[in-house]
Design a protein around this ligand. Structure first.
Ligand SMILES: Cc1cc2nc3c(=O)[nH]c(=O)nc-3n(C[C@H](O)[C@H](O)[C@H](O)COP(=O)(O)O)c2cc1C
Length: 218
């Protein structure tokens, strides 16, 4: 079996973490860099990732489960790290300039193509923006690409993970208001090492629809 497929068979959603096991600083840097390198439409990168590492930060996240999704709450303190994956609900053309600046300064885009990319590229954002300037459906989709990329990277590193939509976006928005700075978190990613014997998801076979049900090959 190819190593990629082995990784994807081995990764699964951890249901119980060993609070004594921490992800190394070197691996955290790899995870951060992999997320940073994620692809996004028009290279918009309309995301922000809040990495919760300290006990105090994880406690703040823990507190956001006061009302709902308590089944995920224990990960907040037991997982080694949590990433709040946030999207920009109003990605503006002004903000897109930051991206086009980097396109040029990195050597990826010739300077004389600046306006072409800014105006041409942003039409994709515009076509996903409503009359109130909201384009969160589109920017959230980009953020999920980073989530998927993180899951795959963690699988390669042999680190357990739990993607969580079961998070209280409203309470996270209140608690991390300053750090989010207008971005919206509707999904989080717990990461760490599973607790032997107590993680009921560990070792189960993958439950996926058959290939011919999801692929149409022409
Ligand atoms: C976007 C997303 C949100 C999810 N939310 C939760 C969650 O809140 N809690 C949880 O325990 N699992 C959550 N899951 C895990 C899925 O249930 C799991 O990925 C799916 O059943 C496939 O199993 P596997 O990840 O073990 O292969 C989520 C997965 C994704 C991709």
């Amino acid at each position: 079996m190819h190593d990629i497929i082995k990784d994807l068979h081995n990764r699964y959603t951890v249901k119980k973490y060993d609070a004594s096991k921490k992800i190394s600083a070197d691996n955290i840097e790899i995870i951060k860099e992999a997320i940073r390198l994620s692809a996004s439409s028009i290279n918009s990168q309309p995301w922000k990732f809040i990495l919760l590492e300290s006990k105090q930060a994880k406690q703040r996240f823990h507190d956001t489960f006061a009302i709902k999704y308590q089944f995920n709450q224990h990960h907040a303190l037991e997982a080694s790290h949590i990433i709040l994956m946030a999207y920009n609900p109003r990605f503006t053309k002004e903000q897109y300039k930051n991206v086009v600046d980097v396109e040029v300064s990195s050597g990826h885009l010739p300077a004389d193509m600046y306006d072409n990319m800014l105006n041409g590229g942003y039409t994709f954002a515009e076509s996903n923006t409503d009359d109130n300037g909201f384009n969160g459906h589109w920017t959230k989709a980009q953020t999920y690409l980073a989530l998927g990329n993180a899951l795959h990277t963690l699988a390669r590193l042999g680190i357990g993970s739990t993607p969580m939509e079961g998070v209280d976006s409203k309470l996270i928005g209140d608690e991390f208001n300053e750090e989010l700075d207008g971005y919206v978190c509707e999904a989080a990613l717990a990461m760490g090492y599973h607790l032997d014997g107590e993680d009921y998801n560990n070792g189960l076979p993958k439950a996926r629809l058959p290939m011919d049900e999801i692929f149409v090959v022409l």
